[in-house]
Design a protein around this ligand. Structure first.
Ligand code: NAD
Length: 354
């Protein structure tokens, strides 16, 4: 298939591009470079044997909110499918900048979803998030649990899910799936691609890797008196390569459906909760590096436990995550060691452009 990947220069998008290419699909990445990296796209091509500009992988700069840019790219590429990763992703930042989050995540999704359908794309995958469940959902949480977002980011994802449903009603020829990610971590096993957050990482594992590498003196553990088995928060960490493979499996499944299956909503996790302390210990054991850490107060909005019910996508698509914590840690550390400064080409204006 010819697949347009918006946000394909980012963490999850670039790894999915690599797996799409390795699975025989051709890819056009469209990215505004608000936070992405051109090098990430180059390396996705490199690790998959389909170099950027070599006929199977191309890259255009474009903002998903701009109708002309979106229409031009779609008309020129004529994709069979669109995987829509482009978006802003920090719950904390969204509290201070709600308009940017609604603009990129909701209006941008409307623009892409409808333009893709008009351009004849047959499948749309949308990047949603476990944050739509809010902080009261039972663990493991199934897809039919009532949504209850607690941040503008979470609301923007829930609203964008509705946008995807409404566009599907208007254009039922375009199959659509909403994928709700839990906590993606790790890196490509080659050590050539990984997560490259600008500035101080907001997520646990990139921070752990930078502490182990000596960039930061210690890890702050936000809260150790949750009602969990060791007091620290529980998360459903999933290897980024499993997440990337979930996209390819879903895309191929959706494209193969003769009848419209309706808009599918699936959790993308492992279905296994791991505590923050367990992750830190696993990192120390696998890498042999100490990760000094200190317990500090809770962060606003952090919840005790988040874990996915994962049987729905397994039953229909046949996909399940197959990598464990050791794989996540080993691949993350290989990426960190080989690329201590990340990709080194990040000059995007970030949120200021939104
Ligand atoms: N990483 C996670 O923990 C996580 C969890 C749940 C959901 N998600 C969602 O998955 C998607 C990808 O996340 P990620 O971790 O790869 O983030 P990322 O920041 O690494 O990648 C996002 C990409 O989108 C691009 N982008 C931003 N605004 C754009 C715009 N207006 N037009 C075109 N491109 C634009 C950025 O330049 C970047 O390359 C996001 O939609 C995010 O909300 C991520």
């Amino acid at each position: 298939m010819r697949v347009l990947v918006t946000g394909g220069a980012g963490f999850l998008g670039s790894h999915t591009v690599a797996v799409l290419l390795a699975s025989g699909h051709d890819v056009l990445v469209m990215d505004s470079f608000a936070s992405g990296s051109r090098t990430a796209v180059e390396r996705a091509g490199e690790v998959s044997g389909a170099p950027l500009g070599g006929g199977r992988l191309d890259l255009v700069t474009g903002d998903v909110r701009h109708p002309e840019q979106v229409a031009d790219r779609l008309a020129a590429f004529a994709p069979d499918a669109v995987v829509h990763f482009a978006g802003l992703k920090s719950p904390t930042e969204s509290v201070a900048h709600p308009a940017a989050y609604y603009s990129v995540n909701v209006a941008g999704t409307a623009q892409i979803a409808e333009a893709a359908a008009r351009a004849g794309s047959r499948v749309l995958l949308f990047s949603s998030s476990a944050t739509v469940y809010g902080d009261e959902a039972p663990a493991p949480v199934a897809e039919d649990a009532p949504p209850a977002p607690v941040s503008p980011y979470g609301w923007s994802k829930l609203m964008a899910e509705q946008v995807v449903r409404d566009v599907h009603t208007a254009h039922p020829g375009q199959r659509a799936a909403v994928l709700r990610y839990f906590n993606p971590v790790g890196a490509h096993p080659s050590g050539r691609m990984g997560e490259d957050p600008a500035g101080e990482p907001a997520n646990l594992m990139p921070y752990v890797a930078r502490v182990a590498a000596g960039h930061y003196p210690e890890l702050k553990v936000f809260g150790a008196d949750f009602a969990t088995r060791d007091g620290s928060a529980v998360r459903d960490f999933i290897h980024v390569m499993d997440l990337a493979e979930a996209h390819v499996a879903t895309l191929e499944w959706m494209a193969a459906q003769a009848e419209d299956p309706g808009v599918k909503v699936w959790n993308i996790g492992r279905g296994e909760g791991v505590t923050v302390f367990e992750m830190v210990r696993a990192f120390e054991e696998v890498t042999g590096r100490p990760v000094p850490h200190r317990v500090v107060g809770l962060r606003a909005g952090d919840i005790a436990e988040s874990c996915a019910a994962v049987d729905a996508i397994a039953a229909e698509v046949g996909w399940r995550a197959r990598r464990g914590v050791e794989d996540m840690v080993r691949d993350l550390w290989a990426w960190q060691q080989a690329n201590p400064g990340g990709y080194g080409d990040r000059s995007g204006p970030g949120l200021r452009s939104a």
